[in-house]
Design a binder for this molecule. Structure first.
Ligand SMILES: [Cu+2]
Length: 166
């Protein structure tokens, strides 16, 4: 959708530039063409999914990089829907926590993305640089299932884990 809109804009601009020598209405064309595609393109992604705060307990996961390797501790944990997971930067950063959009259960993907406050991209937290920096993910409204996650910079070093929501 967005690409289509941009293509229309670009097309209008090119047309305007080419025909510019002959007549002036080029700017009018661009002005009327521009607003039409944008509203429909902007709406669907957000979809009105609002973050749901955690109401249960908070589980802590350490993000570690040392001479034993890069890892989450614990790498596998089982929580209840409504709990929260607090990722704490311990050493060897920068680390982040990212859920793969392709492996997260489809029916909870939008909710999990909404529950992540600040992000680098979909389902991907910012990088944590300093010891004791933390990033908490609410599992409020998240359906039972397995939620694999990884650290983007250290995925090649196998820094990953799985959160099982009961
Ligand atoms: Cu890492």
């Amino acid at each position: 959708m967005r690409f289509y809109g941009l293509a229309l804009l670009a097309g209008a601009a090119v047309l305007g530039a080419c025909g510019g020598g002959e007549k002036k209405p080029a700017t009018d064309t661009a002005a009327t063409a521009a607003p039409a595609p944008s509203p429909s393109a902007a709406a669907p992604a957000a979809g009105g999914v609002a973050a749901i705060a955690a109401t249960g307990s908070t589980h802590e996961v350490k993000m570690i990089g040392d001479d034993k390797g890069y890892r989450f501790e614990p790498a596998n944990l089982t929580i209840k829907s409504g709990d929260a997971v607090k990722f704490v930067m311990i050493s060897g950063g920068p680390h982040n926590v990212a859920f793969d959009p392709n492996t997260v259960p489809a029916d909870s993907k939008a909710q999990l993305d909404a529950n992540m406050s600040t992000k680098m991209s979909e389902l991907s937290s910012p990088l944590l640089l300093n010891p004791n920096e933390a990033y908490t993910v609410s599992f409020g409204g998240i359906k039972p299932g397995k939620y694999p996650f990884h650290c983007t910079p250290h995925l090649p070093m196998n820094m990953k884990g799985v959160i099982t929501v009961q």
